[in-house]
Write a protein that binds this ligand. Structure first.
Ligand SMILES: Cc1cc2nc3c(=O)[nH]c(=O)nc-3n(C[C@H](O)[C@H](O)[C@H](O)COP(=O)(O)O)c2cc1C
Length: 163
């Protein structure tokens, strides 16, 4: 029984969630590394990043270090960009066949509203056991840590992971 968290993070929020979850559910981590990214701050971050997401760019990704087929539980994490998932995640979805019996999703956004993106991701990956949404967790750790821990418990209670 092995668990993998695959995620993209430009500014550390999804990375924070992935690492906190991984500690609690004993998961391996795989960060997506695209060859093109917007700047990490400023207006151009939103302009370039938003445009790249809305036009569904699929940049080349650095080779993954894990073989997804070796995992029975896969958790995918992404920030919301212009209401949708970022290009790195689009590239990952395009190159991956999802066979893990247990799939989970999480999203980070600044509004806390990630429903549209989670629905879009769900359509791409197949049956999702559960999903969770976090509001800029690096900024709101007091509130979001508890939500991350609750998501870890949900995953553990599903019984697909033996610690
Ligand atoms: C290009 C870009 C577009 C964004 N668009 C949205 C959005 O449509 N809705 C929202 O709530 N947050 C939006 N955000 C904020 C991020 O989703 C949010 O800060 C998230 O926590 C960042 O995760 P990360 O630090 O792992 O990259 C956007 C951020 C970027 C960089």
């Amino acid at each position: 029984m092995k668990t993998l968290i695959v995620y993209y993070s430009l500014n550390g929020n999804c990375d924070y969630v992935a690492r906190r979850l991984a500690e609690q559910i004993s998961a391996d981590l795989e960060a997506l590394r695209p060859e093109e990214e917007p700047p990490k701050s400023g207006g151009m971050m939103y302009a370039k990043g938003g445009w790249s997401a809305l036009t569904h760019r699929t940049p080349k990704l650095a080779a993954l270090s894990r073989d997804l087929l070796a995992y029975d539980t896969v958790i995918i994490g992404a920030p919301v960009w212009a209401g949708t998932y970022p290009p790195a995640v689009g590239s990952f979805l395009k190159q991956t066949v999802f066979k893990a019996p247990h799939l989970y999703l999480f999203a980070c956004s600044s509004s806390g509203n990630s429903e549209k993106m989670l629905k879009q991701l769900g359509k791409k990956v197949g049956t999702v056991s559960a999903s969770a949404s976090f509001k800029d967790p690096l900024k709101h750790q007091d509130q979001e840590n508890a939500a991350i821990d609750a998501f870890a418990q949900t995953i553990l209670k599903d019984g697909s992971i033996k610690l």
